[in-house]
Design a protein around this ligand. Structure first.
Ligand SMILES: [Zn+2]
Length: 156
C-alpha cells in the first residue's frame, strides 16, 4: 500500500487559497519532504509509488537508503514471478528468479531455493507467498546469507 504524500497542486490553485488553507498545505508538503529526505518513505523508480521502508528488501550490497534495495519488494516479486499486472498469477521460473537475484546482487543458493519449490518448506495453498518470496525472507533474515552476493551463488 503506497504511502500518501502531499499532492502537487497547480500554481493557480495556490493563488486562490486562503491563509489557513495555505498554511495547512505547506505543513503537508513539509511533512512529505521530510519523510523523503529522511528515507522514511522511498519512491520506487519502477512503479513510482512512495512506499515505507518495510516495502524494500534489506541489501547490504547497496549502501544507500540504510541498506535497502531501491526497487520495492512488490516490483522485485513481479519480475521474479513473471507478472505484468498485480492481478496476474505468479509464474516464476528458476531463470526469472536468477535474473532478479543477479540484478539485486544477491546469491542464488540452489538447495535453499528448491526447498521452497518442492521441499518440506514449499508454500502450501497460501497464495500470498511464492518460492521467491520465501527464499528472499530466508536469505534476508539468516545471518549466514545476509551479506552474500551473486558471486557466492551455488548452482547445484
Ligand atoms: Zn515498485
Amino acid at each position: 500500500m503506497p504511502v500518501k504524500l502531499a499532492e502537487i497542486r497547480p500554481q493557480q490553485d495556490l493563488d486562490n487559497l486562503g491563509i489557513v488553507a495555505l498554511k495547512k498545505y505547506v505543513n503537508e508538503i513539509n511533512k512529505s519532504y521530510r519523510a523523503l529526505l529522511q528515507h522514511e518513505v522511498i519512491i520506487c523508480p519502477m512503479c513510482g509509488n512512495p512506499e515505507s521502508k518495510k516495502m524494500f528488501y534489506i541489501n547490504y550490497n547497496f549502501p544507500i537508503f540504510d541498506n535497502l534495495y531501491p526497487i520495492c519488494k512488490s516490483c522485485c516479486c513481479k519480475m521474479a514471478e513473471n507478472r505484468k499486472k498485480d492481478s496476474d498469477p505468479p509464474n516464476e521460473t528458476v531463470e526469472s528468479v536468477m535474473q532478479v537475484l543477479h540484478m539485486m546482487n544477491r546469491p542464488f543458493i540452489y538447495s535453499v531455493y528448491m526447498n521452497f519449490c518442492t521441499g518440506i518448506d514449499a508454500p502450501k495453498t497460501r497464495n500470498d507467498t511464492t518460492p521467491f518470496r520465501s527464499y528472499m525472507r530466508t536469505v534476508g533474515s539468516l545471518p549466514q546469507y545476509q551479506r552474500l552476493t551473486w558471486k557466492d551463488s551455488v548452482f547445484d
